[in-house]
Design a protein around this ligand. Structure first.
Ligand code: MCA
Ligand code: AMP
Length: 501
């Protein structure tokens, strides 16, 4: 196998030339034009250097052609791409930039650094140069480096059971494995066309949608966010063959479609019916939702399971039974096993255990955190912290080993991170954050707080206070003011008890 990478592993980018790679509004970019942009961006980033040598280059952009140009430009020039969450609050961006020791931040005309108040000053303080992607386009293309595929390529931040998010570092080899397994399993072809409306600081949007499509020569229609009417317009126009979303989006689609007049509903449901594949992932797809979607559109949602550290690991089959409530079978090239509490591998069906994963898809390390990296592997297996059971070979996720991880609308959140911010509120003495089951969000972030003596706090006040301090999706949906938090004899908060209040 080729052990070097530049863009050659993305065969379509080199060879699809006149095919449309990207569509944004009415504008379109062919693969040839995209390649030129990527090489110009890579050359601009390199300047007089011959290789970025794993420099961490962050970029702050929603889904747009400049985002794609920058991501692939950084890879092409030998840097580590650090995509930022465009909805993040400034303290969260500061954590990413300083942890990753980012040296340059790329912005675009549509998302200048000024769009987030304080970002320019933050970059000055951290000695980070801010550059605009448009300044790098149109320049001369220079000789670009050949890179070994073992080199680091991307750092995504993920919440864990510790306080602040950790940087998950994947190599070019990991990324290649994460893409190619999905191309094979889901039958991607150059004829595919997919809308991309998911955030682009996570695997789901970056690898499963964008990179899979660009690897094969398919077409990606870019949207800055999930806007129901715009997305459904494309469905009505039969623009897409594949649709990928988190369960919350399917919940929203079901209630939207059900509320429409019958003729309009039928047209749109027929639009989904005409696609070759609808996929759900990032959080559990309840059997009820699977059945509702099937009843409306005739599509059996293909549910799959993945994680920032491993890309995708388990998937229902493209051909064959797609089982409601189950995530399916290990993907090609990915080893998956269940382990009991004593660390013994579980053979056979029906015994629950922790999912552990091995394969080229598994990330290299948590950035600058060898201890966390070491603790997350046992005998070469990556320990996911998710508990599953096999039923006639199919995996079904039963839950997580930690109550401190919350999944809301597909985002993984750390209860501890939210608690530590809430504890800086002048009126809050104690707090515990838990995810309470919710039909739309999967889990709704709920804050149980004990106030300091004589204080009162309304939900609206808390929400307004949180806004500059955390991403909107982390802000508690519910505030419960308590006299005291339930604790065990050791003084530890009994979170499961809170979930049942
Ligand atoms: C938006 N809001 C949320 C969330 N999203 N609240 C809780 N959880 C959320 N996920 C809040 C906003 O703050 C706002 O609150 C209100 O909902 C409406 O906001 P809006 O932006 O209009 O909502 P939306 O556009 O309908 O967003 C819902 C969404 C979005 C499209 C489902 O959350 C989303 O894109 N989720 C996908 C995340 C994702 O890609 N995860 C993959 C990571 P207010 O009205 O009070 O201001 S996991 C991964 O990559 C692994 C590898 C995997 O397996 O895939
Ligand atoms: P993230 O770290 O944001 O990539 O989220 C990964 C986590 O999402 C996994 O560890 C699971 O807990 C959860 N997850 C992803 N896909 C599914 C699924 N199909 N069903 C249940 N949980 C899922």
């Amino acid at each position: 196998m080729d052990t070097t990478t530049n863009l050659r592993p993305f065969p379509a980018i080199n060879f699809s030339n006149e095919r449309i790679a990207l569509q944004e509004g009415k504008a379109q970019w062919t693969y040839a034009r995209l390649r030129e942009r990527i090489e110009q961006c890579a050359s601009g980033l390199l300047g007089k250097q011959s290789d970025l040598q794993e420099e961490r280059v962050a970029f702050f952009m929603p889904a747009c052609v400049d985002y794609v140009t920058t991501l692939l430009g950084i890879w092409r020039a030998g840097g580590i791409a650090v995509p930022l969450n465009v909805a993040a609050a400034l303290p969260e961006i500061e954590h990413v930039l300083s942890t990753a020791k980012v040296t340059r931040l790329v912005v675009s005309i549509s998302s200048p650094a000024e769009s987030l108040p304080g970002l320019c000053a933050l970059c000055r303080g951290l000695n980070i140069q801010v550059l605009n992607v448009s300044d790098m386009l149109g320049g001369k293309i220079q000789v670009l480096p050949e890179l070994n595929i073992e080199r680091r390529a991307m750092m995504l931040f993920t919440s864990g059971t510790t306080n602040k998010p950790k940087g998950v570092v994947s190599t070019h080899k990991n990324i290649r494995a994460q893409i190619t397994t999905l191309l094979e399993a889901w039958n991607w072809t150059a004829e595919d066309s997919i809308p991309l409306f998911l955030p682009l600081h996570h695997i789901h949007g970056i690898i499963n949608v964008l990179c899979c499509a660009l690897w094969t020569g398919a077409r990606v229609t870019l949207f800055q966010r999930f806007d129901m009417d715009t997305i459904l317009h494309g469905v009505d126009e039969r623009d897409y063959s594949v649709f990928m979303a988190v369960p919350t989006i399917y919940v929203k689609l079901v209630s939207h479609l059900e509320a429409l007049p019958e003729s309009r509903r039928t047209r749109l449901c027929d639009g989904f019916r005409a696609m070759r594949l609808n996929i759900s992932g990032s959080a559990a797809c309840p059997a009820k939702l699977f059945n509702q979607w099937k009843a409306l559109t005739g599509q059996s949602l293909l549910e799959r399971y993945g994680m920032t550290e491993i890309g995708m690991a388990i998937s229902n089959p493209y051909f064959g039974e797609r089982r409601a409530g189950a995530v399916g079978l290990p993907l090609p090239g990915v080893q998956v096993a269940l382990f009991d509490d004593e660390g013994r591998m579980i053979e056979g069906d029906d015994k629950p255990g922790e999912i552990r994963v091995k394969g080229d898809n598994v990330f290299q390390e948590y950035w600058d955190n060898p201890q966390a990296t070491q603790e997350s592997f046992v005998d070469g297996w990556f320990c996911t912290g998710d508990v599953a059971v096999r039923e006639t070979g199919y995996y079904r996720i039963m839950g997580r080993s930690s109550v401190d991880i919350i999944k809301s609308g597909g985002y993984k959140l750390s209860a501890l991170e939210i608690e530590s911010t809430l504890l800086t509120h002048e009126k809050i003495a104690e707090c515990a954050v838990v995810g309470i089951e919710d039909e739309t969000w999967g889990e709704a972030v709920t804050a149980f707080v004990v106030l300091k003596p004589g204080q009162s706090l309304e939900y609206a006040q808390l929400k307004a206070w949180c806004e500059p301090r955390m991403s909107p999706y982390k802000i508690p949906k519910v505030l419960r003011v308590m006299e005291a938090l339930p604790r065990n004899a050791m003084g530890k908060v009994l979170k499961p008890a809170l979930k049942n209040l």
